[in-house]
Ligand binder design. Structure first.
Ligand code: ACO
Length: 323
């Protein structure tokens, strides 16, 4: 018998305000055509004034709990992946815990755009170790708050939102036909910290700072490292690209998503794509994509999903999960 983290529920929340590329044309020197051609993004959502990362996370968590059919008190751990917390501390996870009344413990994970795969891997480890039975894993971000509106190469790419899943411990046979998380792969390389960072923080400037990115370099690393981590996790699960029913990638850029799928030999008919409607929502992008795909009834029991992501650090990783 092998203890497995089984996916029981998925949900998401997007702020009401939709910002089309045309609106950005009025704010910065850009065009709808450029943004679509370079990134695939058509629109994104921005949180309203006073609407915080925790507010988005709480909405998404409620949706995932309803989908799983669990009461908050049945949850014994909350893990939130975010780089845009409400405040330096306490964690967004404890704010969610306080609002919902979940039990056990709660904490945040910060691995920027790779945050959700790091959080899923962490939750899986707690479940496998027997330290948690039911874990709420949330990706929630308000990246609109750390945009540099003087930098047109970055401010057009990001958006706000939240997605959540509920994982529950279950028994598997220890085979890759089991339902649940079959393998995870995490990597980071701090030598690349200058490729993508925020130029402020508590200990350095006592300000929040804004996002800085060397887009071309990030792009080059992304395609290579995403394909590599997905293949590593699949191999650890004893699976190959042909076994993959759905790639659910971090939604940063449609060209990165397409090239990674090509490199892996997976057709685009097996890739979930939501970047056109959400932009890059960092740690929220994979659970948002999961939730939209579920609403579109793309997923069937027994299918194999590969989630892969890369972000600032650089940090990257993947999760292989059977529904
Ligand atoms: N509108 C119009 N023109 C623009 C804009 C804009 N918003 N931004 C840049 N340009 C211009 C540039 O000034 C440049 O003009 P020039 O040729 O006259 O100098 C031209 O467009 C090309 O600029 P590049 O920066 O070379 O454009 P590139 O093709 O590299 O695309 C992009 C930029 C979209 C950022 C790309 O590099 C990319 O997608 N990188 C990956 C970034 C990413 O996805 N990061 C997220 C992953 S990690 C994470 O999620 C945090």
């Amino acid at each position: 018998m092998t203890r497995r983290a089984i996916l029981r529920g998925i949900g998401h929340y997007l702020p009401a305000r939709i910002v089309e590329n045309a609106e950005l044309e009025k704010r910065v020197d850009t065009s709808d055509e450029w943004i679509r051609a370079r990134s695939g993004i058509e629109r994104r959502h921005f949180a309203a004034e006073g609407e915080l990362t925790s507010d988005l996370a709480i909405h998404a968590a409620r949706a995932a709990l309803a989908d799983a059919g669990f009461e908050p008190a049945e949850i014994d751990a909350v893990v939130v992946a975010t780089s845009t917390p409400d405040t330096t501390f306490p964690s967004v996870a404890t704010i969610v815990q306080g609002a919902l009344g979940t039990g056990g413990f709660a904490f945040d994970v910060q691995a920027v755009c790779a945050g959700f795969v790091y959080a899923m891997s962490t939750a899986n480890a707690f479940i496998q170790a027997g330290q948690a039975q039911r874990v709420l894993v949330i990706g929630a971000e308000t990246f609109s708050r750390i945009m540099n509106w003087e930098d047109r190469t970055t401010c057009v790419l990001f958006g706000d939102g939240a997605g959540a899943v509920v994982l529950e411990a279950g028994d598997g046979a220890g085979a890759n036909t089991d339902a649940g998380i079959l393998a995870t792969d995490l990597n980071s390389d701090g030598r690349f910290r200058d490729l993508l960072y925020v130029d402020g923080g508590v200990s350095s400037t006592q300000t929040t700072g804004v996002l800085v990115m060397q887009g071309k370099e990030v792009f080059r690393h992304a395609v290579e490292k995403l394909a590599q981590t997905a293949e590593t996790a699949l191999a650890a699960a004893g699976l190959g690209a042909d076994d993959v029913d759905w790639i659910v990638p971090h939604q940063a850029n449609s060209r990165i998503i397409t090239r990674t799928a090509q490199k892996m030999g997976v057709g685009m008919d097996r890739v979930v794509m939501t970047v056109q409607d959400h932009g890059n929502t960092s740690a929220a992008s994979i659970p948002l994509a999961l939730s939209v795909a579920k609403e579109q009834q793309l997923f069937k029991p027994g299918q194999v999903l590969v989630m892969e992501a890369i972000g600032g650090g650089l940090a990257w990783g993947s999760v292989v999960l059977r529904l």
